[in-house]
Design a protein around this ligand. Structure first.
Ligand code: NAP
Ligand code: MG
Length: 398
């Protein structure tokens, strides 16, 4: 059989257990069928340290140039990692660096596997969460105040004009917080959400709290509405899709009663909280895929989970671990499909769908990893990661 050929994608290797899975997925499932053409960047912590993290930015640039990337989970260093890897500096999260460079929005979608029913049984289709990943409480300044005093917001424009708003007159100890966002960031977010909803052919919801936050959240709402009317209403209506705004509390209630199958855009904090709720309710973090989309149409695929450190230490002790490779496999199939779609390489798109079908068939046949076995009602056989991938490869019918 001749292997499927492809144009290059950016390949970002990572750390620990997911780095092991990375190699196994390529060798066992992909390479027998596809002549993998990638620009390889090693984002393993050791290499990031050797290059003073320059490799992360190079990889981000490659995604921008090639339009498609696939990324393995990476360690975000903390003090313990500083010692463990003898690092020169405490590097920033690679995901943060790449997201900032591409001005991207992260979309997280659960992988629904046969036999694993969501906690909410009416959810028959996945719910994709889009989280605005800039500003609000994540960039807030805060302080404690003591005793009687007056808190105000002061905005000083470039030409020295001051605008003041009272926050509160304290007659006791208190706390205050100041947060911000940028219109350009909100617009990029809204654009990425409309584009993504069109690309997956699903309705888009946006929720905030404009009834209480009459300037801040209202601005988010208006940015979405204006962009929809100006550029997207026609495209959505042509495909029978809808964009719909509702209050965050109403959206939560509606989501619980829904069948799923929509993209839910949220502000930073709401997205942080609800993406964990959605992923737990659909099954587990190990079955959550993630894609970073830039407003100019670059796509970076990855698993939502981390490097699965605990399994890695067992692996280093010679144990064969049953770590779930589904989300990392889907990052690869997602990236290959997107490459195929951009280049009209139908063979590559076909392969990507067949690999995903084979993974579903393997699970339907009751062959799973340990974490999935715990979630399934029917009895299933838990095998190690390598055996699971081998079973998937066996079921790919070209
Ligand atoms: P984690 O790697 O997601 O793992 C947390 C726990 O969830 C695991 O110990 C495991 O539970 C379970 N789990 C996650 N993925 C699984 C899989 N594929 N198969 C089976 N079980 C899975 O999170 P963490 O331990 O908090 O973080 C580890 C490292 O990952 C950190 O250095 C962090 O910086 C990094 N991280 C990277 C990314 C990224 O690159 N996108 C995201 C998050 C975290 P059991 O041990 O109970 O089996
Ligand atoms: Mg969170």
């Amino acid at each position: 059989m001749t292997k499927i050929r492809m144009n290059p994608i950016a390949e970002l290797d990572g750390d620990e257990m997911t780095r092991i899975l990375w190699r196994q997925i390529k060798e066992i499932v992909l390479a027998p069928y596809v002549d993998l053409n990638t620009e390889y960047y090693d984002l393993g912590l050791k290499k990031r340290d050797e290059t003073d993290d320059a490799v992360t930015l190079e990889a981000a640039k490659a995604i921008k140039r090639l339009k498609v990337g696939v990324k393995c989970a990476t360690i975000t260093p903390n003090t313990a990692r500083m010692t463990e890897y003898n690092l020169k500096r405490m590097y920033k999260s690679p995901n943060g660096t790449i997201r900032a460079y591409l001005d991207g929005t992260v979309f997280r979608t659960p992988i629904m596997a046969p036999g694993i029913t969501p906690v909410i049984p009416t959810w028959t289709k996945p719910i994709t969460v889009a989280r605005h990943a800039y500003g609000d409480v994540y960039r807030a300044v805060e302080m404690k105040t003591q005793g009687k005093g007056k808190a105000e917001i002061v905005y000083t424009s470039e030409d020295g004009c001051e605008t003041r708003l009272p926050i509160f007159d304290f007659d006791e100890d208190g706390i205050i917080q100041g947060m911000h966002n940028r219109l350009s960031s909100i617009e990029s977010f809204a654009r990425a959400c409309f584009e993504y909803a069109l690309s997956v052919n699903e309705n888009l919801w946006f929720s905030a709290k404009d009834t209480i936050s009459k300037v801040y959240d209202e601005t988010f709402k208006q940015v979405f509405e204006k962009l929809y009317e100006a550029e997207y209403r026609e495209k959505f209506e042509k495909r029978n899709l809808t964009y719909f705004y509702t209050l965050i509390d109403d959206a939560v209630a509606r989501a619980v009663r829904s069948k799923g199958g929509f993209v839910w855009a949220m502000k930073n904090y709401d997205g942080d909280v609800l993406s964990d709720m959605i992923s737990a309710a659909f099954g587990s973090l190990a079955l959550m895929s993630s894609v970073l989309v830039s407003p100019d149409g670059c796509f970076e695929y990855e698993a939502a989970h981390g490097t699965v450190t605990r399994h890695y230490y067992r692996y280093l002790n010679g144990e064969k671990t049953s770590t779930n490779p589904m989300a990392t496999l889907y990052a690869w199939t997602g990236a290959l499909y997107k490459r195929g779609e951009i280049d009209q390489n139908t063979q590559l798109m076909d392969f990507s769908k067949k690999a995903e079908d084979a993974a579903m068939k393997t699970i339907r046949d009751g062959i799973v990893t340990g974490d999935m076995a715990l979630l399934m009602k029917e009895k299933a056989e838990a095998v190690d990661s390598e055996a699971f991938l081998t079973e998937i490869a066996k079921r790919i019918r070209m």
